[in-house]
Design a binder for this molecule. Structure first.
Ligand code: GLU
Length: 415
């Protein structure tokens, strides 16, 4: 999919990569090596539906870079998954793991399917068949998948089981598992908690009091719902939330407990009362100090960027801002905490889960959350200092840091 300026998601990532490579004065061949994907795999994923009919989907695993450690990144089940989107998301993972400094590279995978049309058993069969398809390129020291859009802890449990059937018990093959089968406590809420921590740091740096700040969270899935909860705990007022059914806005605050209950029980916040109904598009432009896009990519575009009211945007989703929108926010003085920093809490706790699996030792929640807070604080400080040093935006700074770290590892290892 391209935006109104004809850019796809890979063009956007590559724009920031090229910017960083120039500042870092990387030579062309090294920049080419780092920018492009190491390996791209497309697999056919056949599924016999519950009614006996056969359907065949396209599955992908794109391994972008492993200079700093095994490939790492989530699996997305969505009709818009295609080779370009997965490649862009894999590249973002390389920069994200480098920025928070966990010893991984970047990868992403997915199946071009609408999982909402599948039964639970169909999703299980689809996942197991996909594992068989990508089996030759993954491993606990090679490539470690995780949840992403429309995949969850249950998906990861099937993934681990299918891989373990072939290779023996291997919990470290995938992260984001349920704690009952080797998952880390705190992994499920880690991305949302990381978003709240990043927001706290950014608000402090901008001298924007979080206490009473009005926050809109677009997307009420795993990332958005936890981000909203942790931001409310930190004193912010959540004035708007949304899911695919639409948005809810109340300047006095949304009843989050009821929203969470509805989300769990009915899978949607559609019937939430005590708030005005707004479309997702209207909600993004509604009154607030802080906006957290936590759904899909490219929701902040040249079409709406001029009308965004927020002073601070914290990217819970991957790639929610187009290049044109980013330029408009720069001109308007709106601070954007970029995806590779804002939503890095998920992969950070994935790293903790992988370490626990390798050690066959489980950490308590306090240890997970304390270590996560430290990683986020460090990455935030590095990013803000780099932005000040080069007089660039936080996103440009994050890319300078991340690309620099991957280039250093590549050169040290040799070619
Ligand atoms: N899918 C998440 C992301 O985009 C998590 C990846 C992981 O934990 O490996 O960061």
């Amino acid at each position: 999919m391209v935006d109104s300026a004809g850019h796809n998601s890979l063009d956007v990532v590559n724009h920031f990569f090229t910017f960083a490579a120039k500042i870092l004065k990387l030579n062309d061949a090294l920049a080419y090596l780092i920018q492009n994907t190491d390996r791209e795999l497309r697999v056919e994923v056949p599924l016999v539906r519950d009614d006996g009919t056969l359907e065949v989907y396209n599955g992908y695993r794109v391994q972008h870079n492993n200079a700093r450690g095994p490939y790492k990144g989530g699996l997305r089940y969505h009709p818009e998954v295609d080779a370009i989107e997965v490649t862009a998301l894999a590249s973002l993972m390389t920069w994200k793991t480098a920025l928070v400094d966990v010893p991984f590279g970047g990868a992403k995978g997915g199946i071009s399917v609408d999982p909402k049309k599948l039964s639970l058993r169909e999703k299980e069969r689809l996942t197991r068949r996909f594992v068989q398809g990508i089996d030759p390129v993954i491993g606990p020291n090679e490539d470690i998948p995780a949840p992403d859009v429309n995949t969850d802890a249950q998906t990861m449990a099937w993934f681990m089981d299918e891989y373990s059937r072939q290779h023996g018990y291997t919990p470290a093959i995938v992260t984001g598992k349920p704690p009952a089968v080797g998952g880390s406590v705190g992994r499920k809420e880690a991305t949302g908690l990381g978003v709240a921590i990043a927001t706290e740091h950014a608000a402090e740096a901008m001298r924007l009091p979080l206490q009473g700040a009005r926050v809109i969270v677009q997307g009420f899935g795993n990332v958005g719902s936890h981000a909203a909860m942790f931001l409310q705990e930190r004193g912010a007022t959540i004035v708007g939330i949304s899911d695919v059914s639409g948005g809810k806005y109340n300047p006095k605050g949304i009843d989050l407990q009821t929203a969470l209950r509805l989300q769990n029980e009915a899978g949607s916040i559609k019937d939430l009362g005590g708030a005005e109904n707004r479309t997702n598009a209207e909600l993004l432009e509604s009154e607030c100090e802080i906006l957290v896009p936590a759904a899909l990519d490219r929701v902040l575009t040249s079409d709406n960027a001029e009308r965004i009211k927020a002073k601070l945007i914290v990217e819970g989703a991957n790639a929610p801002t187009t290049f044109e929108a980013d330029e408009i926010f720069r001109r308007r003085g709106i601070t954007v905490v970029p995806d590779i920093l804002a939503n890095a809490g998920g992969v950070t706790v994935s790293y903790f889960e992988w370490v626990q699996n390798l050690q066959q030792f489980a950490w308590p929640i306090e240890q997970v959350q304390e270590k996560l807070a430290k990683k986020m604080a460090r990455a935030f400080k590095d990013t803000w200092e780099t932005a000040a040093k080069h007089n660039v935006t936080p996103r440009e700074a994050a890319f300078i840091l991340a690309v620099g770290r991957v280039a250093e590892a590549t050169q040290l290892r040799g070619y």
